[in-house]
Design a protein. Sequence first.
Length: 283
Amino acid sequence: MSAGGEAIAESRGAEGMLHCVGNGFAPVLRHHLARLGAPDGLPVLICGMAGARQGWREAPYLKTPTRLEALHEGAIRVDAPGDIRILPGIAQARADRPDVMRGEETQLLGVTEPDFTGLVCIPGTHSKWIGIEQGHVVEFSTYMTGELFSVVSQHSILAHAVEKDSPSAVDSGPFREGFAAALASPSGLTASLFRLRASQLLGFEQRADGAARLSGLLIGTEIADVLHRYGVASLRLIGAGPLGRLYEAALKAQDFDVAAVDAEEASRLGLAKAAINIWGAQF
């Protein structure tokens, strides 16, 4: 990236956490830097799970309330040639509501102003809802919505009710019905999940509709809790692809005022802001 935050070149790969732990983080980084044609000694800033306890080097969590503009102050150096740093995650160290994030804090930095006050939603495997006041992360909640969809649809009785890779169109009847059922009775989720299977066995619904209804039930349960916690609000939605569009449509249907931001762009902007804070205009 340029000193102004412009992306100059990009390299992508499929090396996940397990690959890096088994084969080393440094070789993966060297491989991608070589693909980019990066000069020797180019500063490197990393966010996400490389800073986890089982990652390259643990970057201790910052505790809420945390000022996003000061995120770079928690970056740690990696014991490797060159200037390589990993940004910290954020922890909500409360016995009644413990929570952690790694990677999302960088996206938040990217799409909020220093004095931003409001609500941010980041849908994903572990969806995040974050309350920010005057640029400080003051509270957040994680919902295992995406992971539950994967586990339930593959490793429960509902594996017989959900077609693999089936789309979950937000404008479909099964999604809307599942969403409405969850909003009306979020505490009845486990019963609603079994009814999904029973409705197919009794001929009321087709297996092709299973993924959409399951998405509606799980996302609806998540948003029902958010409505209870925050009420209807203006929010920034950091999302991408079909899942981002699914959340955007579902939230707008509940009268949320949604400003959508691309998740990858949010990460790039956050890394650029933090890098400028660390190295100034010299990197």
